[in-house]
Ligand binder design. Sequence first.
Ligand code: NAP
Length: 338
Amino acid sequence: MTEQSNRQLRLAQRPTGEPADEIWQFTTEDVPEPGDGEFVVAISHLSLDPAMRGWLDDRPSYLPPVGIGEVMRALGAGRVVASRHQDFPEGTHVTGTFGAQEFAVSDGRGVTRVDTGLAPLTTHLGALGMTGMTAYFGLFDVGAMADGETVVVSGAAGAVGSVVGQLAKIKGGRAIGIAGGPEKCAWLTEELGFDVAIDYKAEKVSRALREACPDGIDVYFDNVGGEILDAALARLRRGARVPICGGISQYNAEGRPTGPANYLNLIAARARMEGFLVFDYAARFPAAAAEMAGWIADGRLVSREHVVEGDLTAFPETFRMLFRGANTGKLVLQITEG
Ligand code: NAP
């Protein structure tokens, strides 16, 4: 163990706008030794998440900001390579918030043992991981989707959005996805079974929604905020629910984020708009993941991971892919063999 080194990505300065290469710094340390009740993970895959952008800003949020000089907070997957913890013996595959580095020491808190016989490690970061849990609890709990309802989701060809639409179909609903570009839209309707896909870069979303949802929207699952949220708010059906999952169109905004102008329609529609955090549902993850694994196994749910191969130096450019729409499905950086 000690002959190896641990390369790490640290935050050197806070970004303005899209995170540039200059905000990062690479360091190398010795691989940590596990203490009593600890284990060391060799991290093979890093999860790239839009939420990471928020963690870079020095403002109060649900987690403290990543400090200057600290290893970048990141979810990841890997294998236990040294252990003094009875529940995590050597060879165990795990996911957890290990940071953007090659090795991490852990006491097991917040770490999940995963079965690579059930699905590849990348899927445990995707549909069977935090991403899939976000779709599941956002749609079924916060969105309170009932069978047969009309669900509209933005960021539909991304990690969370692609699962949301498929879950809506599994529950017998209509799924309308909003995504950027013809390839993504074709993937949604031809391979994932969405009823309609709206290319927000080529179509006027408000008009396309009017055509796609003549009776209105029951659940609008928002991943992007901004103008698309506004267009959806104008089409709500009576009693609609609007889970606010994210607002990626606003994450790199240098001024104040743009709020929705059409929010008064919540009154007329007797509708509910509600933000949520997936971590609050952690106690129910195992049951939800088991249900999702069943849907994957019987072919009703497709988990697509967009895997970029590289080492840690590929992180800055891979991270920017999220804000440029360069990923389809769950974006993962593979830094070593899994
Ligand atoms: P993702 O959708 O896989 O990747 C981001 C996608 O956003 C891009 O591929 C791009 O697709 C789209 N996008 C980028 N800029 C945009 C813009 N200006 N307007 C519209 N679309 C834009 O990412 P994800 O991991 O699934 O996350 C989706 C959302 O869920 C994010 O907002 C994230 O913060 C949120 N989230 C929330 C929770 C929670 O607990 N609340 C948990 C996980 C994720 P196009 O090519 O279609 O533009």
